[in-house]
Design a binder for this molecule. Structure first.
Ligand code: SF4
Length: 208
């Protein structure tokens, strides 16, 4: 179990699976830069960002719910959690809003699974499934929190904790996805070299 002071943001899971270096730049070196994709993502979240509770039939819908898991060591906000009454108990069903289309990697599913683990830990109940809502498709994609996805979520969370504890930004590795990375200008993979952090690179410029 992690301490409250050790929790990292849920979004770090997605950043790490996109690129461990991007995750370190944001969550270790506290660097953030907007690009078209991040702005579109925020606009997308805006629709699910006002705190409110609605009741529709046997469903309660809670927006912007603060959640955390000491087991995973994560905290953050769930866009929308729907609660269904089943056998007299409220069963949570997390729904995460994303811009664009489903990604090739598992990052959205892992982030949603981490929300499920948070809700299970906080409410002492099982959360078997949830959904991702993609802006481009305007429809929900169901996600089952099976053992494989839960294991990947736990392993990713553990890897991030280790990276943050070591305080070392991973080396640059240029890939095609760098072209749509919000930190491309800061990371400067072709200039910083394989082992240099962005902070050290900037410091070296300022010291000349
Ligand atoms: S530019 Fe490439 S290497 Fe640098 S953080 Fe982004 S994805 Fe990672």
């Amino acid at each position: 179990m992690y301490q409250e002071s050790e929790l990292f943001q849920l979004s770090a899971l997605q950043h790490y699976l996109f690129c461990p270096r991007q995750c370190a730049l944001i969550h270790l070196e506290q660097i953030w830069k907007e690009n078209r994709y991040t702005v579109e993502g925020q606009l997308m979240h805006g629709r699910a960002d006002s705190e409110r509770v609605e009741k529709r039939g046997n469903r309660k819908i809670v927006c912007s719910l603060m959640i955390r898991s000491l087991r995973l060591g994560v905290s953050g906000k769930a866009d929308v959690v729907e609660f269904f009454k089943e056998d007299g108990k409220w069963v949570p069903f997390p729904v995460e809003y994303k811009r664009g289309r489903p990604k090739e990697n598992d990052s959205d599913r892992v982030q949603l699974c981490a929300q499920a683990v948070c809700l299970e830990e906080m409410l002492g109940t099982e959360v078997p499934c949830g959904a991702l809502f993609y802006g481009k498709q305007k429809r929900r994609l169901p996600v089952e929190f099976d053992e494989m996805l839960r294991a990947k979520t736990e392993n990713t969370a553990r890897a991030i904790h280790e990276m943050l504890a070591q305080g070392v930004t991973p080396a640059v590795k240029w890939t095609k996805k760098c072209e749509r990375c919000s930190l491309l200008e800061v990371c400067m993979p072709e200039k910083t070299g394989s082992r240099c952090s962005a902070s050290r690179y900037l410091a070296s410029i300022l010291s000349t």
